[in-house]
Design a protein around this ligand. Structure first.
Ligand code: NAP
Length: 272
C-alpha cells in the first residue's frame, strides 16, 4: 500500500460495477480514501462491494441528487466521472427524449458534479477530475452518434477548462477506454424505428459491438490508466486504453483519415 496518498479522497461515480468498481478497488489498494456512488448503494451485490469503499447514493438523471452530493461527503480531491450509459441507434430514428436523457446522464450530470467540486479543489490548490470518455469519440462509428456526441462533449469540456484550472493545481483529463469486458453491452439502450431502412447495418454493428465487448480487456487495465493519469504531476489531456489504442492513435496521426475510418467500420463488420 502506498501511504503517500492516504490523505486524499477520491470520488468514483458508478462504483457498483465495471470500470468504476475496478477503479475504486485500485485507489483503495493505493491507500486513498475512496467514496463510490450508486443509484442504490443498498442494492449493490455482495461480490461487487469493495472493502474500504464508502458507498453513497447518486443519480445523475436527478438534479437534486447531484446537488445533495457535497452534503454527503467531505472534501473531494479527485473526481472520477465514470458513471454512464451506452446507447445505439440510427440518428434518423433517435427520439429527442432519448438524446436529452443520454446527455443528462453522460454530460450534464458529470459537468454539474465537476462544478460542485472545483471550488474546494481550487482553494486547496490540488485537484484531479477524470472524465471517462470513449475511444469512439476519437474514432466515431455509425449508429453510435448520440453516445459519441456525449463522450466528445465531456472531452471538450475537460480539454478547454484544464487551461482555466491548472494554474490552481487542478487538472482535468479524459480517459478513453476502447472495448472493455464489463457487460455494458447487455445494459446498452437501443433506438430503431419499425421498418427502419438502417435495420440491417444497425443489427450488424450491434452484434459486432457485443463480440468486441466480450473480447475486450478487463476493467482493471482501465483503472490502472486512471491511476497513472491521477498521479501524474501534470496529467495529459487524453489517455486511451484498450482496442489497440496506441496503434490506432499512431495510424490516425500518420495515415489519411479515410484509412482509419475504413478500419473502424470494418472492425465492426461494416463495408464502407
Ligand atoms: P457499467 O458496468 O454498466 O457501469 C455503469 C455504472 O454507472 C454503474 O456503476 C451504475 O451504477 C452507474 N450508473 C448508471 N446509471 C446511472 C445514473 N443514472 N446515475 C448515476 N450512476 C449511474 O459500465 P462500464 O462498462 O463500467 O462503463 C463505465 C464508463 O465507461 C461509462 O461512462 C461508459 O460509457 C464508459 N466506457 C465503457 C466502455 C466499455 O467497453 N465498457 C468503453 C468506453 C467507455 P448503479 O446502477 O449502481 O447506479
Amino acid at each position: 500500500m502506498n501511504t503517500t496518498y492516504t490523505a486524499r479522497t477520491v470520488l468514483v461515480t458508478g462504483a457498483s460495477s465495471g470500470i468504476g468498481r475496478a477503479t475504486a478497488e485500485a485507489f483503495v489498494a493505493r491507500g486513498y480514501t475512496v467514496v463510490g456512488t450508486s443509484r442504490d448503494p443498498a442494492a449493490i451485490a455482495e461480490e461487487n462491494r469493495v472493502d474500504g469503499v464508502e458507498y453513497i447514493p447518486l443519480d445523475l438523471r436527478v438534479p437534486a441528487s447531484i446537488e445533495a452530493l457535497p452534503s454527503l461527503v467531505g472534501e473531494i480531491d479527485i473526481l472520477i466521472n465514470n458513471a454512464g450509459e451506452s446507447q445505439c441507434g440510427p440518428l434518423e430514428d433517435l427520439p429527442t427524449a432519448t438524446v436529452e436523457d443520454l446527455f443528462q446522464l453522460n454530460v450534464f450530470g458529470p459537468l454539474r458534479l465537476t462544478q460542485l467540486v472545483l471550488p474546494g479543489m481550487r482553494v486547496r490548490r490540488y485537484g484531479r477530475v477524470v472524465m471517462i470518455g470513449s475511444m469512439l469519440a476519437s474514432f466515431p462509428l455509425a449508429y453510435r452518434s448520440c453516445y459519441v456526441a456525449t463522450k466528445a462533449a465531456i472531452k471538450g469540456f475537460s480539454e478547454a477548462a484544464r487551461f482555466e484550472t491548472s494554474p490552481f493545481g487542478v487538472w482535468l483529463t479524459t480517459v478513453e477506454p476502447g472495448s472493455i469486458n464489463t457487460g455494458i453491452s447487455e445494459r446498452r439502450t437501443t433506438s430503431i424505428a419499425d421498418g427502419s431502412p438502417y435495420a440491417a447495418d444497425f443489427t450488424t454493428v450491434l452484434s459486432a459491438l457485443d463480440r468486441r465487448s466480450h473480447g475486450g480487456i478487463p476493467p482493471r487495465q482501465v483503472a490502472e490508466t486512471i491511476v497513472v493519469a491521477v498521479e501524474s504531476e501534470h496529467p495529459k489531456p487524453l489517455y486511451a486504453v484498450g482496442s489497440r489504442a496506441p496503434m490506432m492513435f499512431t495510424l490516425r496521426r500518420l495515415t489519411p483519415r479515410t484509412l482509419v475510418e475504413k478500419l473502424v467500420a470494418r472492425g465492426h463488420d461494416l463495408s464502407r
